[in-house]
Design a protein around this ligand. Structure first.
Ligand code: C2O
Length: 541
C-alpha cells in the first residue's frame, strides 16, 4: 500500500461562462477541481491551504473514514472551517474501498464550483469483475450560477423562499450548446468504433437531481456509489446529487456524433426549475464535426417510473455479510415545512418576521448547525452545543403522502435544534426514511457519512411493515439513497465506526433548511474500535 499526496490550494479564479466573467472559488485554479487517483487501501494525504477569502472545508464523499472521523470534513459537524490563510492536512486510508467517489466543499454553497472526482483502482493484480474497458472518462454533472454563489445563498436564505434555478447545467464544467454563448463550450469524448468505455458519472450539482443518457447507446451499470452491482443495462439513469455511478458504454453504433445529455428530474410539485438539458458529445472517429448529432432521449422531468425501473434492477454483485437482524429500528420522516423563522430561540428571534420561511426537517426537528464542531464538543465534553435527544420516531404522525395531513401537523411548530442520536458501538441499525407531503412530496437524495448502507427495501406511499417488500439477499450497498417521491426506503448498517456522522439531504437548499441529523457512534472496547485524538492542526472556530 502506498501514500498519495495532494496539494489543494483554495483560490479565487476568474472564469468566463455564458458570456459572463466572474471570480469563483476553485482548487488550484481548476473548475472542476483536480481528480485524486489512488488504489484500494492506500493512504491519501491532502494538504488544503486556504488562499481564498472564503471559509472552507473539504469532504471526501463516500470515503468511510474508518477511525478517522476528524478528516471527514462537514463544517461544524467534524471540524471548524479552514479560515483564510490557514491550512489543514486531511489524512485518511481507503480501507477496503475502491471505485468512483468525489470530493467537495462542505460549507456554505461553495460546492457549486469546488468539487472533483476521486478514482480508486482495485489493488494490483485484482481485476475488474467485467471486461476491462478500452478507456475511462470522468463525467461530473454540475450546476452553474452567473451570480456569486455566496450571494445566491444569502439571498435565498434571507428571502425564506425557494432558490432560483441554476443558470446552466454542466458536464465537466461545460454548459454545452443549448446555452447562450456556449456553442463551443462543451465536453467531448472521441471514441474508437467497436471499443467499450467506462464512464465514471458523479452528480455534484447543488439543487437538482438529473437524468443522463447517450443517444442510441445503452448504459450498463456496474457500480453504484463505489460498490459493484450485477450488470444492469438501461437506456438512461437518474443520478441524484451525491450519487456516483459507473457505466460501460459499447461504441457499437454507426459512425456519427451522438449527444450525451443531462436533464432535470424534478419530482416536487410547483417549484421552478430549468427544463433544459446540457449536452456533451460521444463522437466516433471518422464522424464529421458538423454532422448533425443524434440527440439523447431523456425522460420527461417528472418520469418517476424511469427512476423506479432502474432502482428495481440494482443488486449487489457480491453481497457481503449484512445485518439480517437489527437492534435498532428508527423511523425518520423527511419533509419540507413552513416555519415562522428558523432559529433555536424562536421566541426571541422570530418576532419581527411575517409570513414564514421555508424549512425542512427529519422527525419534525429542523437541524441548526452549532458554532463549534459537534465532534469536538462531544470529544472534549463541552456542554451547550448539542443535545442527545433526537427522537427515533416522528414527534407528530400524519398522513404522510396525501398532502392534506390528517392529524393536522402544524409544522410551523416543528422544533429547531442541534439534536443528535447516539448509537452504541456495533449496533445493527435500520432506518426507515419516509418522505412526507406537508408542502410537497419529493425524491430526496439522503446521504450518510461514515458508512455505506444496504438498501433493503423501498416503495411508494406510507411505509407499512405488513406489506413492505424487503430484499435480504443482494440489496445494493450505497451511501446516498434517493427516497422515492411520496414513498419510503429502508437502509441498514452496522454502527462500527466511532465518530459524529452527518446524515442529510444532498440537495443543498434542503441542507440549508435543516434536513439533517447527526449520529454519534460511541467507542467500542477494543483498541481498533476507538476514535483517535484530534489532529494538532484541526482548525479552530
Ligand atoms: Cu457529499 Cu455531507 O456530503
Amino acid at each position: 500500500r502506498s501514500t498519495k499526496f495532494y496539494d489543494f490550494k483554495v483560490q479565487t479564479t476568474r472564469i468566463t461562462k455564458l458570456c459572463n466573467t466572474k471570480d469563483i472559488p476553485t482548487i488550484n485554479g481548476m473548475y472542476p477541481g483536480p481528480a485524486i487517483y489512488a488504489q484500494e487501501d492506500d493512504k491519501v494525504i491532502v494538504r488544503v491551504t486556504n488562499e481564498s477569502p472564503y471559509n472552507i472545508t473539504i469532504h471526501w464523499h463516500g470515503i468511510r473514514q474508518r477511525l478517522s472521523c476528524w478528516y471527514d470534513g462537514p463544517s461544524y459537524i467534524t471540524q471548524c472551517p479552514i479560515q483564510t490563510g490557514q491550512n489543514f492536512m486531511y489524512e485518511f486510508t481507503l480501507v477496503q474501498q475502491k471505485g468512483t467517489f468525489f470530493w467537495h466543499a462542505h460549507v456554505s454553497w461553495l460546492r457549486a464550483t469546488v468539487y472533483g472526482a476521486i478514482i480508486v483502482y482495485p489493488k494490483k493484480g485484482v481485476p475488474y469483475p467485467f471486461k476491462f474497458p478500452y478507456e475511462e472518462h470522468i463525467i461530473i454533472l454540475g450546476e452553474y450560477w452567473m451570480k456569486d454563489i455566496m450571494q445566491v445563498e444569502q439571498a435565498v436564505l434571507a428571502s425564506g423562499g425557494a432558490p432560483p434555478p441554476a443558470d446552466a447545467f454542466t458536464i465537466n464544467g461545460h454548459p454545452g450548446p443549448n446555452y447562450n454563448c456556449s456553442a463551443n463550450d462543451f465536453y467531448k469524448i472521441d471514441v474508437v468504433p467497436g471499443k467499450t468505455y467506462l464512464l465514471r458519472i458523479v452528480n455534484a450539482a447543488l439543487n437538482q437531481e438529473h437524468f443522463f443518457a447517450i443517444a442510441n447507446h445503452k448504459l450498463t451499470i456496474i457500480e453504484v456509489d463505489a460498490e459493484y452491482t450485477k450488470p444492469l443495462t438501461t437506456d438512461r439513469v437518474m443520478v441524484g446529487p451525491g450519487q456516483t455511478l459507473n457505466v460501460l458504454v459499447a461504441a457499437d453504433q454507426p459512425i456519427a456524433r451522438y449527444s450525451m445529455a443531462m436533464g432535470p428530474y424534478q419530482s416536487a410539485k410547483n417549484v421552478s426549475f430549468q427544463n433544459i438539458s446540457s449536452i456533451a458529445y460521444f463522437q466516433y472517429y471518422g464522424a464529421r464535426e458538423n454532422d448533425l448529432s443524434l440527440s439523447a432521449a431523456l425522460p420527461r422531468f417528472d418520469d418517476n417510473l424511469a427512476v423506479k425501473t432502474v432502482m428495481d434492477g440494482l443488486r449487489s454483485l457480491n453481497p457481503v455479510a449484512f445485518p439480517k437482524e437489527i437492534d435498532k429500528n428508527l423511523f425518520l420522516t423527511i419533509g419540507l415545512n413552513v416555519q415562522k423563522c428558523r432559529s433555536k430561540n424562536p421566541q426571541k428571534d422570530c418576532q419581527a418576521k411575517g409570513g414564514g420561511v421555508m424549512a425542512a426537517s427529519m422527525n419534525n426537528i429542523s437541524f441548526i448547525k452549532p458554532n463549534i464542531s459537534i465532534l469536538e464538543a462531544y470529544y472534549k465534553k463541552i456542554n451547550g452545543y448539542f443535545t442527545q435527544d433526537f427522537p427515533g420516531v416522528p414527534l407528530k404522525f400524519y398522513d404522510f403522502v396525501n398532502g392534506a395531513p390528517n392529524n393536522a401537523p402544524n409544522d410551523t411548530n416543528s422544533l429547531n435544534g442541534t439534536r443528535t442520536y447516539v448509537l452504541d458501538y456495533g449496533t445493527r441499525v435500520q432506518l426507515i426514511l419516509q418522505d412526507t407531503g406537508t408542502v410537497t412530496t419529493e425524491n430526496h437524495p439522503i446521504h450518510l457519512h461514515g458508512y455505506s448502507f444496504y438498501v433493503v427495501g423501498y416503495g411508494t406511499g406510507n411505509y407499512d411493515p405488513e406489506t413492505a417488500n424487503f430484499n435480504l439477499v443482494d440489496p445494493p450497498y450505497m451511501n446516498t439513497i434517493g427516497v422515492p417521491v411520496g414513498g419510503w426506503a429502508a437502509i441498514r448498517f452496522i454502527a462500527d465506526n466511532p465518530g459524529a456522522w452527518f446524515m442529510h439531504c444532498h440537495l443543498e437548499i434542503h441542507l440549508s433548511w435543516g434536513l439533517s441529523v447527526v449520529f454519534i457512534v460511541k467507542n467500542g472496547d477494543g483498541p481498533l474500535e476507538r476514535l483517535p485524538h484530534p489532529p494538532a492542526d484541526l482548525p479552530k472556530c
